[in-house]
Design a protein around this ligand. Sequence first.
Ligand SMILES: Nc1ncnc2c1ncn2[C@@H]1O[C@H](COP(=O)(O)OP(=O)(O)OP(=O)(O)O)[C@@H](O)[C@H]1O
Length: 265
Amino acid sequence: MLSLYIQHKRHGDEFELKNIEVTIMPSQITLLLGHNGAGKTTIIKSLFGLMDYVGTLSVNNKKIDLNVSEDVDYLKKNVSYISDEIALFDYLTPKEYFSLIENSFKHQVDHQLLEKLIKIFELERYLHIPISNLSHGNKKKTQIVSQLFKGSEFVIFDEPTNGLDPDMVIILRKTLHFLKTKGIGILLSTHHLSFGEELYDKVILLRNGKVKLNCTRDQVFEQFGRMSLEEIYEEANKDYYLKAEEILNAPDVRDNSEDRDSETG
Ligand SMILES: Nc1ncnc2c1ncn2[C@@H]1O[C@H](COP(=O)(O)OP(=O)(O)OP(=O)(O)O)[C@@H](O)[C@H]1O
């Protein structure tokens, strides 16, 4: 189990996370949903030790102290993080990049898994081309494969579908399902609700740094019946949309100054 408790995290005067608990279980997919600026990336970066916060982080009941290098190594071995930003070494080819990444792991990796991932994400024909010459989607696929072949127990994925074509979105969904059946615990932050629909076991919904919903799939069905994730999202946030409706439906105040000018002029 990967478990994060953020007692407190603040960005300036504007944004605060308080008493947030996120747990990722083996063989489960947890969706992290929320509007732009809701706090998803802040939580994800905290889970991977990339952000300071007041709270605790543990992997398989081992408490992680981010100031202790053995703990950081343990975290990196057991948790893969696939950021929404693509940061690769552009002058390398994907093949060279995978070797570089492999050398940075302090454990044996599963080469069969790497071969499988290269095949299904259709990267074979790009393996020897500098990353700088690849399309955005192929860079994204290179990034995804470079983290998934690590074979970690947990995978944290920020906006996985950004820049992928519909084929690859479907293949990614099947890959995540496959990883889940192999016991991998996955956290998925996405705005692509239909992508998460089939996959999720748990859903956490944030609004302005606060948890609006933290439910298992069964609890979702109990609370919302057979609604789609998009309908659940809208229902859980309905107060927010009232404001937009009020603005849309407010009578227009016509600026009559031009008419007056022409009448008097
Ligand atoms: N390094 C930072 N310094 C100051 N404020 C920050 C920093 N990083 C994030 N924030 C602010 O914290 C809030 C949460 O940001 P975060 O990136 O976690 O949101 P998000 O849910 O991932 O949004 P998006 O869907 O747009 O990626 C936002 O108001 C953002 O402006």
